[in-house]
Design a protein around this ligand. Structure first.
Ligand code: NAD
Length: 295
């Protein structure tokens, strides 16, 4: 089924996601505050709108890919009255669980349907249409969103009620952020004990220390040729984005009265790194600060 899609936020992620929807045959009208982002989207077949409201007029599906919760809530204030009744709003941004629930509530109150569908897979996944979508929605709204999400991703998981997609996203990234620090600390300790990177990798990757941070995004050069560590840590997943996601996890834990001690400590380490030299580097470059800290 072909849809009229309004796409708000055509940045690093939204741009290629919108391009994949065009490629799949949908009519996509887009809007971004940055003219260059809008121009690039136009080049791949997105019809440019002069305002967010204009982008959603006549759309039956509205997708947003914006930096943070405050941007989504501000955009919804403009979009909800401009959209036709019963429009399906799909927010793919990574935002606070509470903001996601508030956005859902606003959409439903305005007579629309809404799902949260944050993603994993980064710009590479957005470009290759291989993202994983974590969806929070009522079952029937999930089923309505699924075919459109499948044009932009390889895996679409219904995580539960509205907000559950964001909850899954920040819990997963809390595991990833902590495990990358655990792997990094182990390599740094191994170095000081005279253990080669390869020897530690050969043992841990086939033993109980095995995890994605070690076997796919290894923070030291050598054992995993494709990992950013081999090329000076260009961002696959930037430290600044990891800091953002762990900040959201820490905020959610605080609201729930949970200590999540390692999650909070990891959030602080990535935030400090991102505020210094690490913002644009891959999050695995956190290992460089762990070595310095030991000097
Ligand atoms: P980005 O900064 O490249 O893009 C965001 C775009 O939104 C910008 O072009 C900005 O101009 C636009 N924008 C902001 N407010 C707007 C408004 N009111 N109306 C229209 N456009 C507006 O960011 P990104 O990397 O594309 O990330 C987008 C979201 O995806 C974030 O929530 C991020 O956490 C999440 N995410 C990013 C990655 C990644 O690897 N980049 C991975 C997973 C999830």
């Amino acid at each position: 089924m072909t849809h009229d899609i309004g796409f708000i936020g055509l940045g690093n992620m939204g741009g290629p996601m919108a391009a994949n929807l065009v490629r799949a045959g949908h009519r996509v009208t887009g809007y971004d505050l940055v003219p260059e982002a809008l121009r690039q989207a136009e080049e791949v077949g997105v019809r440019p709108a002069r305002s967010a409201a204009e982008a959603v007029r006549g759309a039956d599906v509205v997708i947003s890919m914006l930096p943070a919760g405050r941007h989504v809530l501000a955009a919804y204030a403009e979009l909800l009255p401009a959209a036709g009744p019963g429009t399906l709003f799909v927010d793919c941004s990574t935002i606070d669980v509470a903001d996601a629930r508030a956005a859902h509530e606003l959409a439903v109150t305005a007579g629309h349907r809404a799902v949260d569908a944050p993603v994993s897979g980064g710009v590479v996944g957005a470009t290759a249409a291989s993202l994983t979508f974590m969806v929070g929605a009522e079952k029937e709204h999930f089923e309505s969103a699924r075919p459109v999400l499948e044009e932009m991703g390889r895996k679409v998981v219904h995580c539960g009620a509205p907000g559950a997609g964001q909850a899954a996203k920040i819990c997963n990234n809390m595991i990833l952020g902590i495990s990358m620090i655990a792997v990094s600390e182990a390599f740094v300790l191994g170095e000081s004990l005279g253990l080669s990177h390869q020897a530690l990798f050969d043992v841990a990757s086939t033993a109980s220390g095995q995890c994605w941070a070690l076997t796919s995004n290894c923070p030291v050069p050598g054992p995993v040729p494709a990992s950013p560590a081999n090329r000076g840590y260009p961002a696959g997943f930037a430290a600044a984005l990891m800091a953002k996601d762990l900040g959201l996890a820490a905020g959610a834990a605080e609201a729930a009265g949970l200590p999540t001690e390692l999650g909070r400590r990891a959030a602080q380490l990535y935030a400090d790194f991102a505020a210094a030299e690490g913002a644009g580097l891959d999050f695995s470059a956190i290992i460089t600060t762990l070595r310095e800290g030991g000097k």
